[in-house]
Design a protein around this ligand. Structure first.
Ligand code: TXA
Ligand code: MG
Length: 323
């Protein structure tokens, strides 16, 4: 468990330009002082992430968005009001407070108020913005437990705050609010349907990578096992083919699969879309721990958070929409 001392130590590290991994409701973040370009640079080095990819600035309260954004249009304010704190990132025109280290030179900044008490305590006690990408090596599976961060980044982080498993399990929904109309850049913890209910109209969806966002590369969130995304009814036949070739095959699916050939390793069923999101990254790691060569994955129905799960599975398979 985390004590007040840990928060105080974490704040000292952030003030000194160091790196603190911390839990959010979505995934663990690798945090640095957003106002210190050298500290933000260290995040890129630790992750092995190419410079020029923007990172999200995490804030303790919605009102702070006015300091980090040059402008907050009404539709963005409505989304913030409805979903902050929560798994929603708003991309807004940046203010003078924001450096190129954070935005990769873009004229916009991604802002988010996470719904996780430890994260809010940390950011609040720090008193500034915390720049944080997911706390994993670039291109790999995002961490939903402190252990995942330790295994992936270990010595590169000054302190890991352990807040237990992340309750949402997939990253925030990203909405670009820097133009005349909001555009969905990444499906995530807040379903598209919920955003549209607040806005009162359909969102434009831009998932083709034309906006620079590494989580939107066609291959991302990938385990070492090769992922193939298939409908439930195609699984048994495909598993048979692979097993016949002597390949170690695993199955990831919402429910229990029948008629699987001998030797196939079915991971525990994921259940509903919400439960699937919670366990997705844990299961992808499990596939690697078991030394599976191919993971056959059945996506959940694409409504609610199921859209984000299906998106991450396709990207893990390297068949995301950037082609
Ligand atoms: O749930 C989350 O969003 C987690 C937690 C830690 O908050 N963070 C996360 O960060 O997933 P990261 O860096 O792994 O992915 C953030 C995404 C990237 O695809 C990045 O390019 C995009 O947000 N992004 C950040 N600022 C942006 C901007 N100004 N314009 C477009 N995309 C932006
Ligand atoms: Mg990431």
């Amino acid at each position: 468990m985390v004590s007040t001392g840990d928060i105080a130590a974490a704040v000292d590290i952030l003030r000194g330009g160091g790196l603190v991994a911390f839990p959010t409701e979505t995934v663990y973040g690798l945090g640095a002082d957003a106002a210190n370009p050298d500290a933000v640079g260290r995040v890129f080095t630790a992750k092995g992430r190419p410079r020029g990819h923007p990172v999200i600035v995490h804030l303790a309260e919605p009102a702070a968005a006015k300091e980090w954004a040059a402008e907050v249009p009404d539709f963005a304010a409505a989304l913030a009001e409805a979903f902050w704190p929560g798994p929603l990132t708003l991309v807004l025109p940046r203010s003078d407070l924001v450096s190129d280290a954070v935005t990769g030179g873009l004229p916009t900044v991604g802002l988010r108020v996470p719904a996780q008490s430890l994260a809010l305590e940390l950011i609040g006690a720090f008193g500034g913005g915390v720049a944080a990408p997911s706390a994993n090596r670039f291109g790999r599976v995002s961490p939903t437990r402190a252990d995942h961060v330790r295994a992936d980044l270990g010595g590169a982080v000054d302190l890991i705050l352990d807040g237990g498993p992340c309750p949402v399990g997939v990253e925030s929904t990203i909405v670009d609010c820097s133009g005349a109309h909001p555009r969905l850049l990444r499906p995530g913890g807040v379903p598209e349907e919920s955003l549209e209910a607040v806005l009162g109209y359909k969102l434009d969806v831009i998932l083709d990578g034309s906006v620079r966002a590494p989580g939107m590369l066609s291959s991302h969130y990938a385990p070492s096992a090769r992922v193939e995304v298939l409908p439930a009814e195609a699984i048994a036949t495909r598993a048979q083919e692979l097993v016949a070739l002597g390949i170690r095959v695993g199955i990831l699916a919402p429910g229990r699969m029948m008629g699987l050939p001998r030797g196939v390793e079915a991971l525990p069923p994921t259940g509903s879309a919400v439960a699937y999101a919670q366990c997705l990254y844990q299961r992808l790691r499990e596939a690697d721990r078991r030394g599976l060569e191919v993971l056959l994955a059945v996506p959940p129905p694409e409504t609610g958070v199921g859209t984000a799960v299906a998106d991450r599975l396709r990207r893990a398979a390297g068949t995301g929409s950037t082609g």
